[in-house]
Design a binder for this molecule. Sequence first.
Ligand code: GLY
Length: 400
Amino acid sequence: MQSKFLILLVVLFFTGCAVHHQQEDIVGTDFDFASRQLQIAVSEVEKAKQNETPDKVSPRTIESEGCLHLVPSRDWTSGFFPGTLWYMYEYTDNNQWKELAKKYTASIEPEKMNGNTHDMGFKMYCSFGNGYRLTKDQNYRDILLQSAKTLITRFKPKAGIIRSWDHNTDKWQCPVIIDNMMNLELLFWAFNETQDSVYYHIAVSHAKKTIENHFRQDYSSYHVIDYDTITGEVLKKNTHQGYAHESAWARGQAWGMYGFTMCYRETGDPVFLEQAQAITDFIFTHKNMPADLIPYWDFDAPEIPDEPRDVSAATVIASALYELSLYDTLNAGKYRQWADTILTNLSRDYLSPLGENKGFLLLHSTGSKPMNSEVDVPLSYADYYFLEALLRKQKLKSGK
Ligand code: GLY
């Protein structure tokens, strides 16, 4: 009996050590997994490209029939796969990842002239932006500056915002979506590079108008605000990808939280910090936030807990939390704890089995539930912000 008890104690000790070790080195373990999984992704992409038109350049998700969904450079998600490869290079310092990142980044250069969308930041900053940060390639700098120049052609001075979508003109005159906060980082970068204040003023104007018009009293956000570009008035407040106009679409809350944290970094204006903090409070005090901190696709989805999760919202939130913790020393511990919990739970319960899912890293994201599109699937942007969050965690630990 006594020896059985002893064996149990030894087993418990070593299991405890293993769990502790896993938590300690979550960054290393996840990057090791990512390295193996992304090698598969690259070969799957190259294979899929052979049956596609040459304009299909980046993976976005897996279709219901199990095929890899490749997108052309104009798709808003085209920059995430190259960005993911740049993060692999950043972590490993291995030139193989650099060469792959360069190759996939080059495919989306034509977007620098595409003025038909606000998604320039997603596409170009995640790809060329990371590439420039890590290599200082002057060609990348030129491409990014042209991209910023093209993006500001969408600014509407009377309303003080950058127009998001050009589609659904029967529904909206000048729609601005909360996601657009993410594209401002490219403009702040262009200001820092050139000292041309036009980029700064447009970004700040857009962010301030977003605070004014996108948020409800509880700091949850609408998805789409429709503006009258002649008078600058707000015409409609809608939520296109969420459950209802008055609901809180999870990824929209994540974009806002990340976007205002970044605006505070770039401006030092406390208004942006307060906004990021208030959105964070909304998210983490919400009664429908699950215990594992991986949100349902909409905080007000009617069948919670029987609703799909959105892992992409969780990865954006985790990445934003690590940055926010740098600017709010009072709440830093709490923010890092939440982010760590998200990463631990993603790593334990949401990773793809090695070798499966065309090399995607994470399962269980939701693109657009109302359109019945990309529900409970891997998504390239979930993977991108996952690696970004892991790198941010590592940098915080090493004090860099
Ligand atoms: N930016 C589009 C989305 O979050 O689905």
